[in-house]
Design a protein around this ligand. Structure first.
Ligand code: FAD
Length: 308
C-alpha cells in the first residue's frame, strides 16, 4: 500500500490559533448592497481577521465609496482596514492625496496596485502622463507620505501583460524592494500554480509572506468570465464540476463550498497557514471555510472599550 495513504493530513489536526485570514470587500453601490456588506462584515468580524481590505474601482471610480467604507471600518469596528489604491487615470498628487486621507482617517495599511485600464482588464494600459507608471512606483510614493504597511499583488499564473516569467518576477521584486512587505495573490484554482509561484519567488530572492488569494465560486459563469480577464485559468475538472448547474443555485452553493474547502485544506497540507479571501461581500461560504480551518468566533470588544 502506498505510504501516503497513512500520512496524517495537517488539515485534520488544525487547532485554534494556527490559521490567519484576511477578507477583501468591495465598496457598495447602493443602500441594499451597503446592508449586505455590513451584514457580512458583522458575521466575519468575530473570526478576528488579520486585516480586512476594501477595493478601489478603475480610475478612482469608487474613491469616495472606498474611503467611506474604510472610514466606517476604522470608526465603528475593531478591525484593521487596508485601503486599496491604484495609479489609473490620476496624477501623482491626486493619488498622494488619497493616501494622505487614508492616513488621516486612521488607515495604516495600503494595498498598492497599478490597476486596470478604465476600459477593463485585457485592454492596453496607458499610464497617466503625470501619474505613477506602475505599482512599484506607487509603493515608493505612498511610503514617502507616511509609514504605511504596504501589500502588493502577485500572479501565480503570471500577469497577462508580462512579457516573460522573469519580467514578472523582476516586477514583483521591484515592488518588494520599494518597501512592500506582503504579496497577496490573484485567485487561482489549481494549487500547483500557487506552490510553483512561491518556489520561483523564493528563487528570485523574494522572501516576504505570499498569501494565497481564494475566491469561493458563488456563480461559476461570473467567476469564469472574470478569471478570463485577469489571466487565471479554469481547469477542465473545475468546469466539469459545475457543468449542468447553471440554473441550480442551491447545488452550485454546495459544490462551491466543497471545492473551496478542498482547495484550502490541500494548501494547509502543504504547510500554508495564512489565507486572503475574496469575499465578494458575502459571508456564508467564507465563514464555513474559516470554520473548517479551525477558526471560531470571538466576541469583539466594543470600539469604546478599545479606545478607553
Ligand atoms: P504592476 O505590478 O505594476 O504590473 C502590471 C504589469 O505591468 C505586469 O505585467 C508588469 O510586469 C508590467 N510592468 C510593470 N512595470 C513595468 C515596466 N516598467 N515596464 C514594463 N512592464 C512593466 N484592481 C483595481 O482596479 N482595484 C483594486 O482594488 C484591485 N485589487 C487587487 C487586489 C489584488 C490582491 C490583486 C492581485 C489585484 C487587484 N487588482 C485591483 C487588479 C490589478 O490592478 C491588476 O491585476 C493590474 O493589471 C495589475 O496591477 P499590479 O499592481 O499587479 O501591477
Amino acid at each position: 500500500m502506498n505510504q501516503s495513504t497513512h500520512a496524517i493530513r495537517k488539515s485534520r489536526l488544525l487547532g485554534a490559533g494556527e490559521i490567519n485570514v484576511s477578507f477583501e470587500f468591495f465598496p457598495p453601490k447602493n443602500a441594499k448592497m451597503e446592508e449586505t456588506l455590513w451584514t457580512s462584515i458583522e458575521r466575519l468580524a468575530p473570526l478576528r481577521p488579520d486585516f480586512v481590505s476594501v477595493t478601489y474601482g478603475a480610475g478612482g471610480s469608487t474613491r469616495e465609496r472606498t474611503h467611506a467604507t474604510v472610514g466606517r471600518l476604522v470608526k465603528e469596528t475593531a478591525l484593521r482596514p487596508a485601503g486599496h489604491l491604484t495609479c489609473v487615470s490620476a496624477t501623482r498628487s491626486e493619488v498622494d492625496e488619497v493616501a494622505r486621507s487614508y492616513w488621516d482617517a486612521g488607515v495604516r495599511h495600503i494595498v498598492a496596485l497599478r490597476g486596470d485600464p478604465p476600459e477593463g482588464a485585457g485592454t492596453r494600459y496607458q499610464p497617466h502622463p503625470g501619474g505613477y507608471a506602475n505599482a512599484a512606483e506607487l509603493v515608493e510614493g505612498v511610503l514617502k507620505i507616511a509609514p504605511f504597511e504596504v501589500s502588493v499583488g502577485g500572479y501565480p499564473e503570471i500577469h497577462p501583460e508580462s512579457v516573460s516569467l522573469t519580467a514578472d518576477l523582476d516586477n514583483l521584486k521591484a515592488k518588494i524592494d520599494a518597501g512592500a512587505t506582503r504579496i497577496i495573490t490573484q485567485f487561482f484554482f489549481d494549487n500547483t500554480h500557487y506552490l510553483r509561484f512561491v518556489e520561483r519567488a523564493r528563487a528570485h530572492n523574494i522572501w516576504c509572506p505570499i498569501i494565497p488569494g481564494i475566491v469561493p465560486i458563488h456563480n461559476f459563469t461570473q467567476v469564469a468570465r472574470f478569471a478570463g480577464m485577469c489571466g487565471a485559468t479554469i481547469p477542465a475538472w473545475l468546469s466539469h464540476r459545475f457543468d449542468g448547474l447553471e440554473n441550480d443555485p442551491a447545488t452550485t452553493h454546495l459544490v462551491a463550498a466543497a471545492m473551496a474547502a478542498e482547495q484550502v485544506m490541500d494548501l494547509v497540507d502543504e504547510g500554508i497557514s495564512t489565507f486572503h479571501f475574496y469575499t465578494l461581500n458575502r459571508a456564508d461560504l467564507v465563514y464555513a471555510i474559516c470554520h473548517l480551518l479551525g477558526l471560531r468566533p470571538i466576541a469583539e470588544p466594543a470600539k469604546e472599550a478599545l479606545l478607553a
